[in-house]
Design a protein around this ligand. Structure first.
Ligand SMILES: [Mg+2]
Length: 183
């Protein structure tokens, strides 16, 4: 069970900001969009994607972060084998995908499992196959099309920008928490 209380005990990373904790909601290859319901800690089926496409990697969020869209910062993890909803993956940041959903910045951190030797040489965006970057860009550019939602894809940035985005989201979360419970 991953409820709000549990999430508050999981730090955003083990070697912040370049190695983050990714909490997976949707395993690679799935079309079903699962979400962790933070009130109950259960895995909730948000929707079956309207588009006939599937997630190109394990997908979830970094705990104790706050992105510009008001949600925890999203993360896409390249995996050799899909994990499962609720799995924690120590993830090394290798890039950042920038997009806007309904006019709001909705960035996706790209990472690899930190301890997977098959990803041992992945340190930055230029280590990632270019076609994978195209797949991800195409996926996010079209996955909401049949819902009538326009996603504006901006493009890929390197690891340094991904790391900066993580730091911003950690700071934003801390500030927001302070205003919620000042002491
Ligand atoms: Mg988001």
């Amino acid at each position: 069970m991953i409820d709000r209380e549990t999430l508050d005990k999981i730090p955003p990373g083990t070697h912040l900001p370049s190695v983050v904790n990714a909490i997976i909601e949707i395993p690679k290859g799935r079309r079903s969009k699962f979400e962790i319901d933070k009130a109950t800690g259960l895995i909730r089926l948000d929707r079956y994607l309207y588009s006939s496409s599937h997630y190109p990697g394990d997908y979830g969020f970094i705990p104790q972060t706050l992105a510009e869209d008001g949600d925890p910062l999203d993360v896409l993890v390249m995996v050799n084998e899909p994990t499962f909803s609720g799995c924690l993956i120590e993830t090394r940041v290798v890039g950042l995908f920038r997009m806007r959903d309904r006019g709001v910045n909705d960035y996706k951190v790209l990472g690899v499992p930190h301890r997977d030797p098959l990803f041992g040489e992945f340190e930055d965006l230029n280590d990632v196959p270019i076609h994978f970057l195209r797949e991800v860009s195409h996926f996010f550019g079209t996955y909401k099309q049949l819902e009538g939602v326009v996603i504006e894809t901006v493009g890929w940035s390197r690891a340094a920008e991904g790391i900066a985005c993580v730091l911003d989201a950690v700071e934003r979360y801390k500030k927001e928490k302070e205003t919620r419970s000042p002491n």
